[in-house]
Write a protein that binds this ligand. Structure first.
Ligand SMILES: [Zn+2]
Length: 143
């Protein structure tokens, strides 16, 4: 596992988040085998913590992509979980659509915008900034 960053207090959640992200990864849909799984740890008042997972989906070259991060984050929105604590994203090192080899997966510009919009509206300022996003590569080695 290539752990790019582990935030304070994150280690205890890492195994469960990684497992959920890997499950989602195995369900991802991609016309070119660019598979990504994501797990988000979120909470809401009176309900405690819950993990939400998302898988990416792009069925054809000219189709509209949906990123794993977007799916997971929107699931927190749908269920009213208004505090996002940590995010795990898994995927293999591979070339992106412009042919550049990505050794680690980083959220795309759209996902970063969504994270910024959602997080700044939903989350207390002490919880999440982009440094708490954890990215790992080669989920095949995690089996
Ligand atoms: Zn994205």
């Amino acid at each position: 596992m290539n752990v790019e960053y582990i935030a304070e207090g994150f280690r205890e959640w890492l195994p469960a988040l990684t497992e959920k992200a890997l499950e989602a990864y195995r369900r991802a849909i991609s016309w070119r085998n660019f598979l990504v799984g994501c797990a988000v740890l979120a909470s809401k008042k009176g309900e405690g913590y819950k993990i939400f997972a998302g898988a990416n989906c792009k069925t054809e070259k000219n189709g509209y992509p949906i990123c794993a991060e977007q799916v997971a984050i929107m699931a927190t929105v749908a269920e009213g979980y208004d505090r996002i604590h940590y995010i795990v994203v898994v995927g293999k090192a591979q070339k992106d659509e412009s042919g550049v080899l990505r050794e680690t997966l980083h959220p795309c510009a759209k996902c970063r915008q969504i994270l910024s919009d959602i997080i700044t509206k939903k989350v207390d300022s002490d919880i999440l900034d982009f440094n708490t996003i954890l990215v790992m590569k080669d989920p095949e080695s995690e089996k």
